[in-house]
Each structure stands twice: as structure tokens, then as C-alpha cells.
Design a protein around this ligand. Structure first.
Ligand code: HEC
Length: 152
């Protein structure tokens, strides 16, 4: 829990949908991130932590299972600006969770490392798709979570 809190605190300094890093900070009257922003910060920390394991082919079913449970709340979490949430959001949220399930299957099938990396990167691509429509600010950071393929 302490680890999570520290990770969240570190991320809170970096985050937000704003594209310009110099843009004003969050409304000071709203010091707490929304439930959705808090989940997103945890998702970012989780996926960044798993990137190396994905590259090494050492992801476990338990890793993905705990992500799946922790990230499921994106379907219901309250966003900062509900008026900015588009009709496409639930579809992207389902696609994201479905891609986590695909990653689980790729590990379960003991697919080769390349297949697991592809499945991991497909999850990150879903982060990108939803962000292109909803929240372009973190796109560069999200792109950086993609695992290097063995071929490249
Ligand atoms: C279904 C759409 C969707 C998916 C999938 C998604 N995001 Fe987000 N993300 C959002 C929205 C909307 C916000 C704005 C949340 C808010 O401000 O309440 C956000 C916010 C963020 C933020 C900024 C948080 C902050 O402190 O303001 C980061 C970083 C982020 N997402 C990373 C990710 C990563 C990494 C993934 C995939 C592992 C991901 N997102 C998947 C929609 C999505």
C-alpha cells in the first residue's frame, strides 16, 4: 500500500490530460484526482513496472490477474470532466480489458515470448486509442511503455 501511495504521489506530479507541461496545475479547489485519474495513475505505474517482465518473457498469470482486477473500475470510475467523456469510452474500456484477457491467454498458452510481447503491446495500443479521443496529454508517455520486440 505504501508503495502504491508513493507511486501515485510521484505520478501526480507528472500527469494530467493537458498537453503543455507548463499549463496551470489542477484546480486548487480540487486537490484530489478524480477516481478515474487515480486509476489511470495506478495503471501507468503497473504497466511501466511490467514492461521489463514482458520483454524478458517473465510475466506471470498472477501479474495479469491482479491488473485485470485493479483496472476493471475504469468502467465506472468518476472522471474529472464527465462532459468530455465520449460515447466511445465504454467500448474502449471493454477493449482494454479484453486485451488484458488476451495477454492472460498468451501467457497461459505458454506462447513464445514474441507472442506475449505482442499481446502486451496490444494492451498499450488500447490505452493509446482511447487517449487519442479523450486525453492526448499522456500519449507520449504511454507510447514509451511499449515493450521492445525481439526482432527490433
Ligand atoms: C477507455 C479509455 C481509456 C483507456 C483504455 C485508458 N485511458 Fe488513461 N485516461 C482516460 C481518461 C478519460 C483520462 C482522464 C481522467 C480524468 O481526468 O478523470 C485518462 C487519464 C490518464 C492519465 C493522466 C492521469 C492524471 O493524473 O490526470 C494517464 C497517465 C493515463 N490515463 C494513462 C493510461 C494508460 C497507461 C493506459 C493503459 C494502460 C490508459 N491510460 C488507458 C481514458 C483512458
Amino acid at each position: 500500500m505504501l508503495k502504491l501511495t508513493l507511486a501515485l504521489a510521484a505520478l501526480a506530479l507528472a500527469a494530467s490530460c493537458n498537453q503543455e507541461p507548463s499549463a496551470p496545475k489542477r484546480n486548487p479547489r480540487l486537490p484530489e484526482p478524480s477516481a478515474l485519474a487515480a486509476t489511470m495513475q495506478a495503471m501507468t505505474a503497473d504497466m511501466e513496472a511490467l514492461k521489463i517482465k514482458a520483454q524478458e518473457g517473465t510475466l506471470t498469470l498472477a501479474d495479469v490477474e491482479s491488473l485485470r482486477m485493479a483496472h476493471e473500475s475504469i468502467k465506472t470510475d468518476q472522471p474529472t470532466k464527465p462532459e468530455d467523456i465520449k460515447e466511445s469510452f465504454p467500448g474502449f474500456a471493454e477493449a482494454y480489458l479484453a486485451n488484458l484477457d488476451n495477454l492472460y491467454q498468451a501467457i497461459k498458452n505458454q506462447g513464445d515470448v514474441e507472442a506475449q510481447i505482442e499481446a502486451f503491446n496490444a494492451v498499450i495500443s488500447t490505452c493509446e486509442s482511447c487517449h487519442q479521443q479523450h486525453c492526448p496529454g499522456p500519449l507520449e508517455r504511454i507510447g514509451g511503455i511499449k515493450a521492445a520486440t525481439l526482432a527490433s
